[in-house]
Ligand binder design. Structure first.
Ligand SMILES: Cc1ncc(C[n+]2csc(CCOP(=O)(O)OP(=O)(O)O)c2C)c(N)n1
Ligand code: SF4
Length: 294
């Protein structure tokens, strides 16, 4: 797997000097996505923490990018891929030129506000790769809870902890029977890069990659711990890494021994109000995840 990283393009299409918070996983994610996808890629990015670094001049992203609202990102993939088809039919671009279409959106857009257009694009099996940047809240507007915020997590709109479970978007996407669904983590670059490459090489159709993205600002942990927190999520089974390739499920990274979920929770200020019973409840939730298998 490591050779995947060694063989990664040296060309940088996402540059330094961007205004992400210190320790934000967004920069890592955008570097890896653009290195694998390459220059012949059109992105669709909408209202989220990703906007300033990618779209507001002088931005750091060196591929064409359509700024889009939170609700219609799925429609963005539909529109761009349709435009490419029409231009090929009219011989305005060569029919054998492969132009990749991607969307990258936050979890609030993906799982709540943009779910209808995402579901529609997936159901029609439009041609593109959709990445969800899941920092588990509406971060850009001040850390409000989203459907993807975990149970008991503090946010500025759940001061005593969220009372509902995290919405399971990858499983919702898998229910659309699209060619490829995967979970990924910024703590496991080789696994993540392999999944981007696999989705890129697949034939036409809708592919979905959900990236757990620990946010130092909203999750309340020191900015030098982003990768450590991301790895703990996987090592405790809180965020299992898997793929569903044409309906075939496969755990892609399996720790030899699963650590207690407390190891993950205690590192984050957003869970600082949890007592022993809460931690047991969280442990039971992890133990019962059907994807765990360990
Ligand atoms: C329809 C709509 N509702 C609300 C907003 C205001 N808004 C802009 S960014 C944002 C937060 C987006 O959250 P998320 O998609 O999770 O991305 P993050 O900011 O966490 O990266 C919101 C609510 C908007 N742009 N459009
Ligand atoms: S709030 Fe979180 S996700 Fe948003 S830019 Fe800052 S660290 Fe990144």
């Amino acid at each position: 797997m490591e050779s995947l990283i060694d063989n990664l393009s040296r060309e940088e299409l996402f540059h330094s000097g961007h205004p992400f918070c210190p320790g934000c996983p967004g920069g890592m994610m955008l570097r890896w996505i653009t290195k694998v996808m390459g220059k012949d890629t059109i992105a669709c990015i909408g209202a989220s923490c990703l906007v300033l670094p990618t779209l507001v001049y002088p931005h750091s992203l060196e591929i064409p990018c359509l700024y889009i609202g939170m609700p219609p990102t799925g429609a963005g993939i539909t529109g761009i891929s349709a435009a490419i088809r029409v231009l090929k039919r009219k011989n305005r671009i060569s029919s054998d030129r492969k132009i990749n279409v991607i969307a990258i959106m936050g979890d609030g857009s993906t799982g709540d506000i943009g779910m209808a257009s995402l579901s529609g694009a997936a159901e029609r099996n439009e041609d593109g790769i959709y990445f969800c940047f899941d920092n588990e809240a509406y971060m850009n507007t001040g850390i409000q809870r989203s459907g993807c915020t975990p149970y008991l997590s503090w946010t500025t709109s759940t001061l005593h902890g969220k009372t509902e479970n995290k919405k399971d978007i990858p499983r919702i996407m898998a229910a659309h029977n699209i060619p490829y669904v995967a979970t990924a983590s910024v703590g496991y670059p080789a696994d993540f890069i392999r999944k981007i490459e696999k989705a890129k090489k697949m034939g036409p159709g809708f592919k979905y990659i959900h990236v757990q993205s620990p946010c130092p600002t909203g999750w309340r942990f020191p900015e030098n711990k982003t990768v450590e927190i991301a790895r703990l999520a996987v090592e405790t089974g809180f965020w299992p890494l898997y793929e569903i390739d044409h309906q075939e499920f496969n755990l892609t990274t399996q720790p030899a021994r699963r650590r207690p979920v407390e190891d993950y929770l205690k590192e984050q200020g957003r869970f600082s109000n949890l007592d022993k019973k809460d931690i047991q409840t969280m442990q039971a939730w992890v133990d019962n995840r059907p994807e765990i298998g360990i």
